[in-house]
Design a protein around this ligand. Structure first.
Ligand code: GLC
Length: 474
């Protein structure tokens, strides 16, 4: 007899409906990759639920009507919609706390607190409305983690089947604001937990506490969160839960990120026609206003402008290399101070450094296809997607040995890896790369080809998630 596992996958963002960062990529691709693993014997009915942020782009919405959840002495209305993505049911939840705030994430934590608590609790009610019972609730980051807590302490009383809770950690330091008052107003009591005192009313810790399984987005990050350096004060708690903690590397959408038929780049190529890549470098140099010269190393930073990503270290490295022959492009938006620093670099070295401070996925692809090296000197990196995309396009990553970067880039084989959180360590790694590039072309191309041939698709990782689900629902 065939078996079905029903999974409700909750996230704050998912491509192509709404995307702010890497979480959006993962929540857009993993649920579909999981469904694709269905066989005649085992059906994986994964369904996605998102807040209907005002910025969400969705077509062919079907209304599922209005229901309400209790708050204080009254009730809050929940408006639910359904659409599909490649055959996967996708639910959008709306209500005053979601409408109240235009952006996906706001600077005002208290507004996000109400919005995501409401969303998480409303999403728990949703399956009843569509006559479908999840076996697994899969939450992502703090925004949806409260669902696991609500599930454990209050909801599902009427449901006979056990609902397992999985939480994926994309970014541990963001735990969400104190939601004790909000939880109380929705009738969810704070339980006695073995969390550290300061964490007992924060969404992510509560979700971790209530979960059956915790997944970090790379094996390296799963080890790191157990240490004081990366554990953000939860390392002792996570040590206690070690048995339920694992690391599953994110995949990338290898159909979309494919240099052989990427429409955004000038010339398509693959591992067997790598020489054609040179034309993309030339186009990129022209577009950026650089001298077009195939032998000048073209370095790239494609990143959120954020201290997490160590872009300040990259800037310091470029500055200290001012006498060397290179070109560099910086693409991304974020922290105004870092944006300003990038602009200042361009002003100081206009022939060498170009700052493109905007979100531009087309230019990002042209950079992956044309630049020689991608710099990722992250302070911490739960997984990181750009280094995988870069390798797929033959752009050699120069990364710090943390989290998913260390798991995906092999020093001297597919990229260059350095240890110390210091810009001079990055400079040494860049110089090592430049040396191979200029002195040993054959070896350089070997590094490019090896990276291009690595399998970064979701296939293996989705299977690991499936195995995890199976272990929880058996
Ligand atoms: C967060 C992490 C990043 C990870 C992404 C998707 O943005 O910072 O390392 O790749 O989530 O999991």
């Amino acid at each position: 007899m065939s078996k079905t596992i029903n999974v409700l996958f909750l996230a704050a963002e998912a491509d192509p409906f709404v995307k702010v960062g890497g979480l959006g990529d993962v929540a857009g691709s993993l649920p579909r990759a999981l469904r694709a693993l269905s066989t005649d014997d085992l059906k994986l009915d994964v369904r996605l639920v998102l807040p209907y942020h005002p910025v969400v782009k969705a077509e062919n919405l079907k209304s599922l009507g209005i229901f309400s959840i209790p708050r204080g002495d009254s009730e809050v209305e929940v408006e639910a919609f359904e659409t599909t993505l490649d055959g996967m049911p996708v639910y959008l939840i709306n209500g005053d706390p979601i409408r109240a705030n235009g952006s996906v994430y706001s600077a005002d934590a208290s507004r996000d607190a109400e919005k995501y608590t409401f969303f998480s609790l409303a999403a728990l009610e949703l399956p009843n409305r569509v006559n479908w019972t999840p076996d697994v609730l899969h939450a992502n980051d703090w925004h949806t983690a409260v669902s696991l807590y609500g599930n454990l302490t209050k909801r599902w009383e009427a449901v006979a089947r056990h609902v397992a809770g999985v939480v994926t950690l994309h970014n541990l330091p963001y735990m969400g604001p104190d939601v004790s008052g909000i939880l109380e107003s929705y009738g969810v009591k704070l339980a006695q937990t073995d969390l550290p005192e300061w964490a007992r009313s924060m969404p992510l810790p509560l979700g971790l506490w209530a979960s059956d399984a915790i997944v970090a987005v790379s094996p390296g990050y799963a080890n790191e969160v157990l240490t004081p350096e990366f554990g953000c004060g939860l390392n002792d708690f996570l040590q206690i839960r070690k048995e339920t903690l694992s690391g599953i590397l994110n995949g990338i959408d290898t159909d979309s990120f494919n240099p052989a038929d990427d429409k955004a780049i000038a010339v398509n190529y693959d591992v067997n026609s790598l020489q054609r890549r040179a034309e993309n470098k030339e186009m990129l140099q022209n577009k950026l206003g650089f001298v077009s010269n195939p032998s000048v190393p073209l370095l790239a930073v494609v990143s959120r402008m954020d201290v997490q990503k160590g872009v300040d270290l990259a800037f310091a490295a470029l500055k200290s290399m001012k006498k060397a022959d290179f070109q560099a492009v910086i693409l991304g938006t974020g922290d105004p101070k870092l944006e300003e620093a990038a602009r200042a670099l361009q002003t100081a070295f206009p022939e060498k450094i170009k700052a493109e401070l905007r979100f531009d996925s087309g230019l990002a692809r042209q950079i992956y296809a044309g630049a020689d090296m991608l710099l990722m000197p992250s302070r911490y990196e739960p997984c990181g997607l750009s280094q995988m995309i870069a390798m797929r396009y033959g752009c050699v990553p120069v990364v710090r040995a943390v989290g998913g970067l260390d798991d995906t880039v092999a020093h001297g084989e597919t990229g260059f890896v350095f240890e110390k959180e210091h810009h001079m360590s990055l400079v040494s790694a860049i110089k090592a790369g430049v040396k191979v590039m200029s002195d040993d072309k054959e070896q350089w191309q070997k590094i490019q080809r090896t990276g291009m041939s690595r399998d970064f698709s979701w296939k293996n990782s989705a299977q690991e998630y499936l195995d995890l689900y199976l272990s929880l629902v058996k």
